[in-house]
Design a protein around this ligand. Structure first.
Ligand SMILES: *[C@@H]1O[C@H](CO)[C@@H](O)[C@H](O)[C@H]1NC(C)=O
Length: 260
């Protein structure tokens, strides 16, 4: 059924009103001019181009701002995280810093350079992590906010003054290296050559190792990683056939980390 124009169903007054409105607006086409589409249709090509250009500029500006905002938030969070985990001020906190995701390698069987049998090459790789960095100096005026006390070692005033400092993270790596040099299957190498931590007497080595165990324990507990890691089933042969063993499960933890 062809629908009648809507105004025919209206009262006479309304009909006249609408007719009047229709006549007036259709004459100069102003009713259509209110829609953007009509505006575009009626515009000259050059005007269309500028409208499009303006629209695209606005859109890309909004997109860029959102991206910058998200990046900024991310950077600030990374900064905040480090600041939160460090009790005192450090000059490193004043540098830009970002975290990246790292996949841990917990391979049980494959050995990287840091865990290979002792050799000058292995020792050098550990030193290259920053362990042979010499102490740095910070101005005396920054000592207090860095958590240093006035009785700590200072450079001679004639040489410029300031506190001698090292970075904790490097200290922790140094301690891990000390443990590595003392693990029973590596200790002979260092003891015989009197190198590394073994350039000292055995009582001093014992104190040094004890200190390092405790430093690493505290560091691991204070920066506890709340991430979870799963287990994997491993099958081993026994007299009862195939079964799971504690040994297998223990091993799988390491393997799982590698294959994550
Ligand atoms: C883990 O490290 C070992 C030794 O460097 C390497 O052979 C292995 O491919 C690494 N595994 C993964 C998953 O990256």
């Amino acid at each position: 059924m062809a629908s009648k124009p809507r105004w025919q169903l209206l009262s006479q007054d309304e009909k006249q009103l609408l007719e009047g409105y229709h006549d007036e607006s259709s004459d100069d086409g102003r009713s259509e001019a209110t829609s953007v589409r009509a505006l575009l249709r009626e515009s000259k090509p050059l005007a269309k181009f500028w409208m499009l250009a303006l629209g695209l500029t606005l859109l890309s500006s909004i997109v860029m701002n959102v991206i910058l905002f998200v990046q900024r938030q991310r950077t600030d969070l990374d900064h905040l995280c480090t600041r939160q985990m460090t009790l005192n001020w450090s000059p490193i906190l004043d540098k830009p810093m970002t975290y990246t995701d790292i996949r841990f390698n917990g391979s049980l069987f494959k050995s990287d350079i840091y865990r290979q049998p002792p050799s000058p090459e292995v020792d050098q790789k550990w030193l290259d992590l920053g362990l042979n960095l010499r102490p740095q100096v910070i101005p005396e005026s920054q000592g207090e906010k860095a958590g240093l006390t006035p009785n700590q070692a200072k450079r001679l005033d004639s040489q410029g003054g300031g506190y001698f400092v090292e970075v904790e993270a490097i200290h922790h790596l140094h301690c891990l290296n000390v443990l590595r040099q003392n693990i029973w299957f590596n200790a002979d190498y260092y003891r015989e050559r009197k190198i590394g931590v073994w350039s000292n007497t055995e009582p001093v080595v014992r104190l040094h190792v004890g200190h390092c165990i405790n430093i690493i324990r505290q560091q691991l507990m204070c920066t506890a990683d709340t991430g979870l890691f799963g287990q994997m089933w491993t099958l081993t042969e026994s007299e009862h056939g195939l079964s799971n063993t504690n040994q297998g499960r223990q091993m799988s933890r390491h393997i799982k980390r590698e294959t994550l």
